[in-house]
Design a protein around this ligand. Structure first.
Ligand SMILES: [Fe+2]
Ligand SMILES: [Fe+2]
Length: 161
């Protein structure tokens, strides 16, 4: 497999570092400040984290779809990729819940802050464990498994996003 084509997988997974940094920044703000004050500092980093993650999932879903279409996969492997997709769905839902709670808080619902803090804490932990699992399993697998043709398809479809 050519090195050039493998770069497309690097491009998909490279953003994990930035996503984890933003998630850590949200956690640090929550730990450092009083609960009531933290959202005014955290909302910008939250929106950046959300934007990066949503874009990243779109790329990964293309990668997953290309892998899942391959006849060489066994049922156990299919289950693993379905699990990755389920986790994406759960995190996207969590982002929306947080966005709603943040909007309620901004509109003056002081009680929303507890839900906001709890959901953010859950989400950041989920992001770390999901990214770690992919770094250890999904990306090494994709590097080994995908043919040049599949990598070219991935590259073309990502460039269309
Ligand atoms: Fe993912
Ligand atoms: Fe990922």
């Amino acid at each position: 497999m050519s090195e050039d084509k493998q770069n497309i997988i690097d491009l998909v997974c490279a953003v994990h570092g930035e996503i984890s940094e933003k998630a850590a920044a949200v956690s640090t703000l929550m730990a450092a400040g009083r609960l009531e004050g933290f959202w005014s500092k955290a909302d910008n980093v939250f929106y950046l984290l959300r934007k990066l993650t949503v874009e990243h999932f779109r790329r990964e879903e293309i990668l997953l779809e290309i892998i899942e279409r391959d006849e060489r996969l066994g049922p156990g492997q299919m289950e693993y990729f379905a699990e990755v997709r389920r986790e994406h769905g759960e995190m996207l839902k969590s982002f929306e819940d947080i966005r709603r709670l943040g909007a309620d808080y901004d509109k003056g619902d002081a009680g929303a802050i507890r839900g906001l803090a709890g959901k953010l804490s859950e989400l950041t932990k989920f992001i770390f464990s999901h990214a770690e699992k992919e770094d250890k399993e999904l990306f090494p697998f994709a590097r080994e498994f995908l043919s040049d043709k599949q990598l070219s398809e991935l590259q073309a479809r990502i460039s269309e996003l």
